[in-house]
Design a binder for this molecule. Structure first.
Ligand SMILES: O=C(O)CCC(=O)C(=O)O
Ligand SMILES: [Fe+2]
Length: 331
């Protein structure tokens, strides 16, 4: 079935947002404004180890979100990643459609646009590109963009760097639970841990106050590490309000996802977040989801469960978790 892309729709210079994108009153950005004067935690990875563990642990418990600086991923590499992603989305529509995915038949990799499942469900103002990056033995390079030609080289390099930062953050978060620093990584499959890339492309939107880029959700990953272009839009939920995440050049936006909330038995919070869109400018973001292989069982770590802290979550394979989340079946 042919899918109408948001990018194609946006090219028509619409004055009005088509009705399938118009959110109900209580979801509209104009009625759910972000708190002023509150800022998300920003954490430099180059500070003394003990301070770093404390800060990351606090941010993961209080916010489920933090911004990371001094991660040593070069500005040049981030720029290259953004360039190849932008170049892909600038290709003629026909060339992009070659990579079209089809989630309804289990083909998640490729170029996609989320569609309504029923009449009430509103559509998000974005197109995306999704593919597995890591481990290399599992990646299906056929489903990676072949144009621009440097897409693969740049993305493989970014994959290596993001894996290094992921390992570092997982060690710090393990220590924050007073566990050996290797524990969280091994719960996620050790060297088999998977990294998925999702490039989000939010075209300029005629009435951004009525629409959402991505609707409120928590990520089903363990961690998500995201960079965006210089158009702000991400908001995180904190104590009953939205808090806008300011753009910070070359910083990584780190989200705690559902799998770390489960493993930590609720000590770390999977952050509720959403993204807004912009009237004049396109917004783009590059989200890397850190997930366990599908067959890995994930549940609260036995060391964190005792009489005072009974288990709050059931243990199941990541595949089962994912299936339930996609189909909105309670976990
Ligand atoms: O674009 C963003 O900043 C957020 C995207 C997001 O939450 C997601 O892709 O899961
Ligand atoms: Fe997300």
């Amino acid at each position: 079935m042919e899918v109408k892309r948001v990018q194609t729709l946006a090219l028509n210079q619409l004055n009005e947002l088509p009705p399938q994108f118009v959110r109900p009153d209580n979801e509209r950005p104009e009625n759910t404004k972000a708190l002023e004067g509150v800022n998300v935690p920003v954490i430099s990875l180059s500070q003394p180890h003990n301070v770093l563990v404390t800060k990351i642990t606090e941010a993961a418990s209080d916010w489920g979100f933090f911004v990371v600086t001094d991660h040593d991923i070069s500005a040049k590499l981030i720029k290259n990643l953004q360039d190849v992603g932008q170049e892909f989305f600038s290709l003629p529509q026909k060339e992009k459609e070659v990579y079209a995915n089809d989630p309804s038949s289990g083909k998640f990799d490729g170029y996609g646009t989320k569609m309504t499942k029923n009449l009430e469900e509103k559509v998000e103002w974005l197109d995306y590109y999704f593919h597995l990056m890591s481990p290399p033995s599992q990646a299906n390079y056929e489903m990676w963009p072949k144009n621009p030609p440097s897409y693969r080289k740049v993305t493989e390099e970014y994959n290596k760097e993001i894996l290094r930062v992921t390992n570092n953050i997982l060690e710090l978060l393990s220590e924050g639970l007073t566990l050996e620093n290797s524990v969280l990584k091994s719960c996620l499959g050790g060297d088999e841990v998977e990294l998925e890339m999702k490039i989000n492309m939010y075209p300029p939107c005629p009435q951004p106050e009525l629409a959402l880029g991505v609707e409120p959700h928590t990520d089903m990953s363990a961690l998500t590490l995201l960079v965006s272009n210089d158009v702000p839009g991400l908001q995180v939920w904190k104590e009953n309000s939205w808090v806008a995440v300011n753009y910070l050049q070359d910083a990584l936006f780190v989200h705690i996802g559902d799998q770390l909330e489960v493993l930590s038995n609720g000590r770390y919070k999977s952050v509720l977040h959403r993204s807004l869109v912009n009237k004049e400018r396109k917004r783009m973001s590059w989200a890397v989801f850190v997930v366990p292989p599908h067959e890995v069982m994930v549940g609260p770590l036995p060391l964190l469960v005792n009489d005072q802290n009974p288990s709050k979550y059931s243990t199941k394979t990541y595949a089962e978790y994912r299936y339930r989340k996609f189909n909105k079946i309670p976990q």
